[in-house]
Design a binder for this molecule. Structure first.
Ligand SMILES: Cc1ncc(COP(=O)(O)O)c(C=O)c1O
Length: 433
């Protein structure tokens, strides 16, 4: 890919050419994060899986790389007037860290959905250099607000993904990982990366296509926010009408224009992973590997055990696979929902509306006749109605073995009670949870 395309330098080449300078600029500032072989994912895939641990970066995500690379290149005049950014939380931490490091004022817009843990970290990292503004309920809404503010105040905007300086900074994560692998005598066959607005993927893909053109690149998008896949099939960036914001770092409704051009040119495989599968991976990382990953941080790795959704060619056994663990800013209060989503995704947890006979002993009969020895009732809500023979109860069941689901349904049917499963994500489900 060193040759020019139709006699002109391609966007990939232009971007890749910025990476060596970004590496030099960042060396004194960023942590050279560990690169570790992961036994669990290696066993699950039959390959050798290496994790680049950007959850251990100073701001607990790789986002410091792009933010610092951009801000450090501003003129003294631009630095003096201050910078503005919008972020779902991690880019903001990168900007806050860089602002405090370089003594620059930063106004940071985050959506109301940004977890408290991230808001507190932004303020702690940026100290008196940072002003935090809550705007909108998605990254895209906060981004709109930040653009208007930067324009009216004459301040420089530091885009989270749609700027070549941000993108080149993010690429250093993979360039650094390749350097570390080279020392172990390993060249990866496959690189797996998480995708939000596409900055990380675009930067890494540009660098890889220039230096390691035959490496397979897999971009992993959240199932509920596949903005890059949507843009690729439409042939241009387009705004998704509705997104699931659970994977907050990567829940973006519209891919950046520059990332889109590079990603399209770089020929990348894109897959989508359901949010529940990401939760299972977060829990496995926590319980087995001792890694605290946020949802976007576990997104890339979550595609490995099952291959994600719509994966064209599974990764052949005996490959060397490099996976970026992109961030570890997880609010501890989110683990309850993470556990719930994981159990539902794995078919272990189910909710039913059961039309209960209003007679003594009905609940005992339900427990005795319906639950297997390893099953548990995790939720029960029932309001007695005086003038009826039956009344609806909401029942949550956790199965010891997800394969027992049909037996459970059969046993409920044998009791002769009317039962309806509450579908995950349905309006009724959202009413209760
Ligand atoms: C932890 C983490 N992973 C992945 C991403 C996705 O990166 P990008 O928006 O460059 O695609 C983000 C974006 O904020 C993130 O914070």
């Amino acid at each position: 890919m060193k040759s020019r395309h139709n006699g002109r330098v391609t966007q990939i080449q232009e971007l890749a050419a910025q990476v060596p300078a970004a590496l030099d600029r960042l060396r004194p500032v960023v942590e050279r994060t560990p690169l570790q072989r992961n036994a669990r994912l290696s066993a699950a895939t039959g390959s050798t899986v290496f994790l680049k641990r950007e959850d251990l970066q100073h701001v607990r995500s790789y986002k410091l790389r792009g933010a610092y690379n951009l801000i450090a290149q501003l003129t003294d005049e631009q630095k003096a007037s201050g910078v503005v950014c919008a972020s779902a939380g991690n880019h903001a931490q990168g900007v806050a860290f860089s602002a405090a490091e370089l003594g620059i004022h930063a106004t940071i817009f985050v959506p109301h959905t940004t977890p408290r843990q991230k808001r507190e970290r932004i303020q702690a990292l940026g100290k008196e250099f940072v002003e935090l503004v809550l705007a909108g309920s998605t990254y895209d809404e906060a981004s709109q607000a930040s653009k208007g503010f930067a324009e009216s105040e004459g301040k420089v905007l530091v885009p989270a993904f749609d700027d070549p300086r941000t993108i080149a900074g993010q690429a250093t994560a993979i360039a650094e990982a390749f350097e570390q692998l080279e020392k172990k005598g390993v060249t990866p066959d496959v690189v797996v990366l998480p995708v939000g607005g596409g900055g990380l993927l675009a930067g890494c893909a540009a660098w890889l296509r220039e230096h390691h053109p035959h490496v397979r690149i897999v971009g992993v998008e959240p199932y509920g926010a596949p903005c890059v896949a949507a843009a690729i099939s439409a042939g241009r960036p387009m705004t998704l009408k509705e997104i699931d914001t659970f994977i907050d770092g990567a829940a973006v409704a519209r891919v950046g224009d520059i990332p889109f051009d590079i990603i399209r040119e770089a020929n990348i495989e894109l897959i989508r992973v359901p949010e529940g599968q990401v939760c299972s991976e977060m829990l496995a990382m926590y319980q087995v590997d001792g890694i605290i990953a946020e949802p976007a941080g576990a997104l890339a790795a979550s595609a490995l055990p099952t291959g994600g959704v719509g994966n064209r060619t599974p990764i052949p056994p005996d490959s060397n696979v490099l996976v970026l663990v992109s961030g570890g800013n997880n609010d501890v209060s989110r683990y309850a929902e993470v556990l719930e989503r994981s159990l539902i995704h794995e078919g272990r947890k189910h909710y039913f509306l059961v039309n209960f006979p209003q007679q003594p002993g009905a609940l005992r009969q339900f427990l005795d006749d319906v639950l297997g020895p390893d099953d548990d009732i995790t939720y029960f809500e029932y309001v007695k109605k005086s003038s009826r023979e039956t009344g609806p109860a909401l029942v949550g069941v956790e199965l010891g073995n997800p394969g027992d689901y049909q037996f459970l349904r059969d046993r409920i049917a044998d009791l002769g009670m009317e039962v309806e499963e509450v579908e995950y994500g349905s309006p009724l489900f959202r009413f209760f949870f």
